[in-house]
Write a new protein. Structure first.
Length: 194
């Protein structure tokens, strides 16, 4: 009796980098990250737009003072906007010190700079980190709104920092040596061709 043995070749479609890995490491994924990055950047610019022209944000800081005052308040019934006592104490100490006068400007121009950096693709991971920190603080102060979604998108951009800014300023920043060498080589080549 003859025995027939067949060898099985692996036809595993998941050999090599997984889809998840390619999303965060393959430069071609930058096409996917580009609209996400621009969308998030635009959200930050829109958030800053109405504040920039408002003197309560850019001159006196009264708008931020009102926001913080509301956040630290403990209502007689229901839940307080801030769930954690340590964070309420932190915000209260900022109120007591009067830091809202300069911190409001930091919020406004921080939102604007994060938005611009994300749109032009400059230091995407760092910009997304600053945006995520702002979203986290808004959520801690009791403002859910769109902050959870923006926070998750910012976290994804932080993880994808290597490719998320590939179509943008980050390409030039991370490849400046090759770009300079290419520019120098092209400028020197015509001079030696005579």
């Amino acid at each position: 009796m003859a025995t027939i043995t067949a060898s099985r070749r692996s036809t595993n479609a998941l050999e090599g980098p997984s889809l998840f890995q390619r999303l965060f490491t393959d430069r071609r994924a930058s096409l996917l990250w580009l609209p996400i990055r621009i969308w998030l950047g635009w959200q930050w610019i829109e958030a800053a737009q109405h504040k920039i022209s408002d003197p309560a944000w850019t001159q006196t800081g009264v708008a931020l003072k009102g926001y913080w005052t509301n956040a630290v308040s403990i209502p007689e019934t229901g839940r307080a906007p801030i769930a954690f006592d340590w964070y309420r104490s932190f915000i209260q100490s900022m109120l007591d010190a009067g830091t809202y006068t300069w911190f409001a400007k930091l919020v406004v121009y921080g939102e604007l700079l994060v938005g611009i950096a994300l749109i032009i693709g400059a230091f995407v991971g760092i910009a997304a980190l600053f945006g995520a920190v702002m979203n986290w603080n808004y959520m801690m102060a009791g403002s859910a709104s769109t902050n959870p979604m923006l926070f998750v998108v910012a976290l994804a951009l932080i993880v994808a920092w290597k490719v998320a800014g590939y179509i943008g300023v980050d390409f030039a920043v991370f490849n400046y040596r090759q770009i300079l060498a290419k520019v120098r080589g092209e400028q020197e080549a015509p001079a030696t061709a005579d």
